[in-house]
Design a binder for this molecule. Sequence first.
Ligand SMILES: Nc1nc2c(ncn2[C@@H]2O[C@H](COP(=O)(O)OP(=O)(O)O)[C@@H](O)[C@H]2O)c(=O)[nH]1
Ligand SMILES: [Mg+2]
Length: 221
Amino acid sequence: MHTIPIGFDVLKANAEIARNNHNNLDRHDITAFNIMGAIGSGKTLLIEKTIQKLGDKYRIGAIAGDVIARIDAARFEKYGIPTIGLNTGKECHLDAHLVEHGLSGMPLGSLDLLFIENVGNLICPTDYELGEHKRVVVVSVSEGDDIVEKHPLIFGTADLIIVNKIDIAEAVNADADKMVKDARMINPRIDTLKMSLKTGEGLDEWISFVEKSHGRQGMDI
Ligand SMILES: Nc1nc2c(ncn2[C@@H]2O[C@H](COP(=O)(O)OP(=O)(O)O)[C@@H](O)[C@H]2O)c(=O)[nH]1
Ligand SMILES: [Mg+2]
């Protein structure tokens, strides 16, 4: 019997390209945010609100990653910011290689902040670094307040969890504090934020997280 060594670790190869992306972003003093989370949790709206709040102060770019990306891409493009849509087709996550292509189409010399919206789910994006500086997971109370404890891996590597849609927590019988507590239990270093993109609650804290991240000193991937 012959054994054929494959000798190719997909995740290792991804990590290498992610490092190149990261260095490329650093060379241009760009801070990149990988925005992950379930379908409908509020990822696109979060980025839109950020553009509205910070668009006059920073040069912002956005990458919309989705099975069909043009719909969310159009929501960013309407603010007149550099936007790339990355179609993942049958894939349920972005990877560093796709993002490398995205970056090659971006005017990196004239950007400060880059928001990358990942494909909506709490599983596939976990292992695929993109070269980002901050990993953010958006969950909403309508996913059920056990959603965090059911998906520990993605929170283990995240820098920030946003528990969104707290305006409807009571209507869906969800305990947002439990979700925050679960995230801290999984990852004691995670930052946490309760938010309503509808009422604006928590938005100022998010904006200071973004600004503080942009003033960071290096990053470790
Ligand atoms: N009530 C409420 N609805 C929200 C909130 N955030 C987002 N939504 C709504 O949730 C839906 C999905 O939002 P979207 O940003 O497209 O989610 P994505 O799939 O994660 O990008 C939209 O109809 C938003 O208006 C919130 O804080 N409260
Ligand atoms: Mg979206």
